[in-house]
Ligand binder design. Structure first.
Ligand SMILES: Cc1cc2nc3c(=O)[nH]c(=O)nc-3n(C[C@H](O)[C@H](O)[C@H](O)COP(=O)(O)OP(=O)(O)OC[C@H]3O[C@@H](n4cnc5c(N)ncnc54)[C@H](O)[C@@H]3O)c2cc1C
Length: 532
């Protein structure tokens, strides 16, 4: 199979600001060796995982998968080599009084953890937030850059849900969690998804709506003053096909400089002003409940440490929260999982549409809310990397990239079974695809293709088949309405001093972008528990 590692080689030059032939050769050689590396790892995994991993191994030696692997490995290397001219914000990693017993220790500083920390601190509680990622000043790291992917994503954004058709997923790992790295697209719950989730949470429309407004105000959720309605691609296609489409608001402040309103500048900032302490670069290993308090064991650059809290809130995200519970032997089970699968496409127009940082916040959907479509990050390096993953080996120059935009289609899973399965003491995400969902993958992909064609695309990728399945929307590993582990307040049945506050709790797929609904849910849990 022909390898065109030159595309990524050129990114490497552009992003490192060098033109070093030797480094490029090493880099290209690594890309060529990637499949051997992956096949060897797959064989090792097969030893542990059995049949599913063997199927993955077989897939990994098929041409399409091979290409994806080259893309992944190339991208990982690229991200690793990207410059690090960013400012790390000093947070108290070391100078900490380990003898204090906190009223509350919050594990994880993403949206769920930040909500819980602020609402407890407002009641006068002595709160400590522990975060495994580092803390970067939002102004010192370019949003949607490869450097951000390397520094603020878990494993550089490359994680897998294993299965016959594996899913690649990304999670934020930094102060503020996913909220710092994401696109800030805000969705209220809609239609049947809204009533289903409100029913599962046993909350009223009035109560949910009130908390929704609270979150929107805290995050300055608003539409962009310029609108920037695209007159091509998805929006045009949606109009022609009679689909609903609209601009999606973001958590963002507009002024001389646009300011993304992640947790750092909103909830964590407020919580710090009322005394919350923050400890970064510290990975919580396990909780050990004692009679008077709960010991929180964590690892940082000073080695193993212990801090004590009268209560603990687990907010380490959909996958890490169950992992901490199992590592602590509080639970010893497999967990479920849920997500929005995303299929990608890139389309060319016959005019310049992209200045190198294109990302219109417009989305479209079918009237039955079955399929959702939107624009994706379309910076030139991301576009080229996406093209490579879609089977396009040609090396495009900036003039051509300026005519391209990336898109996604997504849906809610119907009959697949997703598990966080215990394998050798670790919870591994695995998917067993159902028939209906396999069909939905094709339908979502075909519909996006048709919309882009109607949107006057001159060329569309992937040119055959569907794109690899990816996701950044994970939730529902410990659903509030159907978990034997927690009660309706999100507290552990085994020890109510430990509570959960993150995407794990989401009872059903929210269909739209999930951070808003996850935050409203966590506000609801905080309100219920704090009232009690
Ligand atoms: C690239 C990307 C784009 C996205 N775009 C959007 C969007 O536009 N709109 C939207 O609504 N949603 C979006 N999302 C999803 C959204 O970010 C998540 O739904 C949301 O962040 C989930 O919040 P959470 O609190 O459950 O978990 P997280 O945000 O994942 O926070 C968990 C935190 O816990 C920390 N942690 C994990 N393990 C440990 C440990 N052992 N010890 C200490 N700390 C730990 C993690 O580092 C992380 O900071 C996007 C996500 C990504 C990755």
């Amino acid at each position: 199979m022909r390898t065109n590692s030159d595309v990524l080689g050129k990114f490497y030059d552009r992003y490192t600001g060098t033109d070093n032939e030797i480094k490029r050769t090493v880099y290209s050689r690594r890309i060529n060796q990637a499949p051997i590396f992956i096949v060897a790892s797959s064989r090792m995994l097969a030893l542990f995982l059995g049949r599913l991993a063997i199927i993955d191994f077989l897939i990994s030696i098929t041409p399409g998968m091979n290409l994806l692997i080259r893309f992944l490995y190339g991208n990982a290397t690229l991200i690793h080599k990207s410059p690090e001219d960013t400012k790390v914000v000093a947070c108290k990693e070391d100078a900490f009084d380990l003898d204090v017993v906190f009223d509350l220790v919050v594990v994880g500083s993403g949206p769920g953890g930040s909500v819980a920390a602020l609402r407890a601190a407002e009641l006068g509680k002595k709160v400590l937030v522990i975060e495994s990622g580092k803390s970067f000043s939002p102004s010192s790291i370019e949003h949607h850059s490869l450097a951000q992917t390397r520094l603020q994503f878990r494993n550089g954004g490359i994680n897998f849900i294993w299965g016959v058709k594996p899913i690649m997923f990304a999670e934020g790992m930094t102060l503020g969690g996913g909220s710092e790295v994401n696109s800030g697209l805000y969705h209220r719950l809609e239609g049947a998804h809204r009533s289903q989730i409100l029913k599962a949470l046993r909350t009223s429309e009035a109560e949910w709506a009130e908390l929704e407004v609270l979150v929107e105000n805290e995050l300055s959720v608003q539409l962009s003053p310029s609108g920037n309605k695209p007159d091509y691609g998805l929006v045009l296609g949606a109009e022609i096909y009679g689909l609903q489409s609209k601009e999606i608001p973001r958590w963002r402040k507009y002024g001389a400089v646009e300011q993304h309103q992640g947790m750092q500048v909103t909830y964590i900032n407020k919580a710090s002003r009322v005394g919350t302490q923050v400890l970064v670069n510290s990975v919580v290993q396990r909780l050990i409940p004692k009679e008077e308090y709960i010991e929180v064991n964590y690892l940082n650059s000073s080695g193993r440490q212990v801090i004590r809290g009268k209560e603990v809130i687990l907010a380490a995200g959909t996958i890490e929260t169950p992992r901490i519970l199992n590592r602590s032997r509080i639970t010893k089970i497999d967990f479920c999982l849920n997500l929005h699968p995303m299929l990608r496409a890139v389309a060319a127009q016959d005019k310049v549409i992209n200045n190198g940082d294109l990302f219109p916040s417009w989305q479209a959907w079918t009237n039955d809310l079955k399929f959702k479509f939107g624009y994706s990050v379309s910076t030139f390096p991301y576009l080229s990397a996406t093209l490579l993953s879609l089977g396009e080996n040609r090396d495009f120059h900036n003039e051509k990239l300026a005519q391209l935009a990336a898109y996604f289609s997504s849906f809610v899973l119907e009959d697949s079974v997703l598990k966080l399965k215990r394998v050798g003491g670790i919870l591994i995400p695995i998917i067993n695809w159902g028939k209906a969902d396999k069909k939905l993958i094709n339908d979502a992909s075909n519909q996006l293709y048709a919309l882009l064609q109607a949107g006057k695309a001159t060329e569309i990728w992937p040119q055959k088949g569907t794109s690899p399945v990816t996701t950044v929307h994970l939730f529902g590993s410990i659903p509030i309405n159907a978990s034997k582990v927690i009660d309706s307040f999100g507290r552990l049945r085994k020890d109510p001093r430990i509570r959960i506050s993150d995407g794990s709790l989401m009872p059903y797929a929210p269909w739209g972008n999930p951070q808003g609904p996850i935050m409203v849910l966590c506000e609801l849990m905080a309100k219920r528990c704090n009232k009690k």
